[in-house]
Ligand binder design. Structure first.
Ligand SMILES: N[C@@H](CCC(=O)N[C@@H](CS)C(=O)NCC(=O)O)C(=O)O
Length: 290
């Protein structure tokens, strides 16, 4: 039963919209119709707010999945709000601080007088880690270990993610496509070399922000680049063996599955969603390296 913020019944969110996860307490699975210029906290497509923290997400977005995994890992209560980030209505531009990108977290200040809006997935992972320091930490307390971990967060964002998109979006076979594939392989190999030789995760036995930052992209490299480019990471050598084992462990994570592969037809829907990218279309800025 859906109700307005004032408590009156309203029609269900648009019937053609997937509800990203079902049956999980503490998370609202609704959908905003942001074709209209309405306020998500009181609009007719939104259930009455249950939690203070608002998480604006798009089910297919790997950046948003990072934030979603972190919210679940930290066991923070939040309202999940599915948006179409490409529809730049005035309320969406306001909520996303003019960027129109998911993910976005909006958290009321403790005094209840204002709110903090955090954008950018890496910043959100760090923010949520600081917000709930008692939950299993994702960044180490030691400054040196933290600096090292941040190097690898940047590595994923700068040396892997843009080349994944370049390779996917390189519609024509040729030099550009080959160059992006080679750069991606270099980025992945360096990541593989840096994986701890013991333990299941990047830094060893404890899950860190690097695992969360990389996992959604590792999945897309596996699924989308195989489907659209016939690509598979190399297999020979220790770095690639470590990468394979790390990837298998990442896919088994409960917080990974609940935000992706446990969702109905996720793999198939994702492949379809990225078809325009594979033809060279959609978001161009994701391929930028500086
Ligand atoms: N650097 C951002 C990138 C986020 C991003 O590009 N999200 C995409 C969806 S996967 C988006 O919202 N695109 C909407 C647009 O380009 O207007 C982050 O890490 O959060």
């Amino acid at each position: 039963m859906f109700t307005t913020a004032r408590g009156g019944p309203v029609r269900r969110p648009c019937a053609n919209i997937e509800l990203p996860v079902q049956g999980q307490p503490r998370v609202y699975h609704g959908r905003l119709d942001n074709t209209e210029d309405q306020d998500p906290t009181g609009g007719p497509h939104v259930k009455a707010a249950r939690h203070a923290m608002k998480f604006y997400c798009a089910w297919y977005c790997p950046f948003a999945q990072r934030a979603w995994m972190t919210l679940l890992h930290k066991a923070l209560p939040f309202d999940y709000i599915e948006v179409d980030p490409y529809r730049e209505s005035s309320w969406w531009l306001r909520i996303s601080r003019g960027r129109a990108l998911v993910p976005v977290i909006v958290q009321p200040d403790t005094a209840g007088r204002g709110e903090t809006t955090v954008i950018d997935s890496t910043r959100i992972v760090e923010y949520l880690d600081e917000l709930a320091p008692g939950s299993p930490p994702l960044l180490p307390g030691d400054a040196n270990a933290r600096a090292e971990l941040r190097f690898w967060l940047d590595h994923v964002n700068e040396r892997i993610v843009p080349y994944m998109y370049r390779f996917l979006k390189a519609a024509d076979a040729g030099t550009e496509r080959d160059a992006s594939r080679d750069a991606l392989v270099d980025g992945l190999q360096a990541f593989g070399e840096a994986i701890s030789p013991s333990g299941r995760y990047f830094s060893g036995t404890d899950l860190t922000a690097v695992d969360i930052i990389m996992a959604p992209f590792a999945y897309r490299i596996d699924v989308l680049l195989d489907h659209y480019r016939g690509f598979a990471p190399p297999t020979r050598g220790e770095a690639w063996a470590k990468y394979r084992d790390w990837y298998a462990a990442a896919c088994e994570l409960d917080i990974f599955r609940r935000t992706s592969t446990d969702l109905p037809d996720y793999r198939e829907r994702l492949i379809e969603h990225y078809r325009p990218y594979s033809d060279g279309g959609r978001q161009a800025d994701l391929t930028q390296t500086d």
